[in-house]
Design a binder for this molecule. Sequence first.
Ligand code: HEM
Length: 391
Amino acid sequence: MAEAVKVVDDVTFEDLLANPYPVFKRVRDLGPVVKVEAANIMMVTRFDDIMAIERDPETFSSVNPQSLLNTVIGPNLMRKDGADHARERAAIDPSLRPGVVKRCWAEPMQAICADVISRIEHKGEAELFEDLAAPIAARALCDILGIDGVDWPTMVLWSQSLIDGSGNYSHNPEIARKAKEAARGVESAVNRMLPHHRDNPNASMLSSMLQAGQTTEQIYANIKVAIGGGLNEPRDSILTLILGLLQNPDQLARIRAEPSLWGQAFEEAVRWISPIGMYPRRLTRDVEISGTLVREGEQVGLCVGAANHDDRRFSDPEKFDVFREKKSHLAFGAGSHFCAGTWVSRALVSQIAVPMVFERLRNLRLKAPELVRVRGWVFRGPTHMPVVWDA
Ligand code: HEM
């Protein structure tokens, strides 16, 4: 007989925001699908269950008529399945493939990182969220999207406003207003750039969508997806990788002696603190997930952050260990919606930004470990990281 979904009702939303990993562990040990009242979601937290779900998109659909994401940014590729999704995905992929990243984006990303670092290099101290990671991630994204003339704080504001609007289940009017304003800002930037990309086909995402014959509505929506989903994560993973290495100087020393290890270090950082902790799927029929019955129409939260700490797969999962046994993780998701920005993020964070930080900020160290703040559960990363170095 199938088991019913268990319920956890003594965890607060603040517990999740402060540190979801103890909650994830408890939920993972309790059952394959557990309703967590504070988040109002049924969590799937085990690695193998999420992999199995992602192999069956007909049962576990990305389409959701109630999705606030669609309301806020318009019908977009993240909430589509099958051929509808594949067409829109094929329209953006040409600007994000590994070869294109190498040929077209590596050099501008290198120049952005060099510029951002040169502004702080002489100071001997900085707060790395605001002074380093946010400007690098936002400016790199502008180049890749093909948007000029928008400064990085505006990109950060748009990204956060769209994310907040997509999670605004309490219908807070101020959050809704800001999300609308951000959506209008993105649309007017797109309108301003379209003639240039029409006349000068290039590798940017905007140009790629035009070349694929996407409608203006599709372009608006998927550029908003990329702004909402392509800024925080590289920003947060830059900071997470730096944090992991500053807390583990022996690992840093080995990587600096053998730079081919930077890629491995990045994968460990996003496993350790996954920038996206959870994303949803909706059931198209009644189904058992490892013996627990979930009904048609229900939504489950695939907690990839939890799966990346599943001790059935990763030993000592709470530990940052670049040299752990090599195994794939779920930080970029899996299946047809696997992150489109994976290769650009790998290049930006592990080949360019973080190696340059350790190269140019000599003897980099945390100003005081207790000043570091890490927060969030659906999106998680360091939010405050003061450091010092020998200027
Ligand atoms: C460390 C960096 C990143 C992480 C950890 C990350 C994580 C993810 C995850 C987990 C998903 C799957 C969501 C789902 O299935 O519902 C996703 C999808 C996506 N990501 Fe990323 N992301 C990162 C960077 C980026 C960047 C830089 C871009 C854009 C330049 C980007 C664009 C996208 C897009 C467009 C999708 C939707 C793909 C689809 O639905 O087919 N991501 N990302």
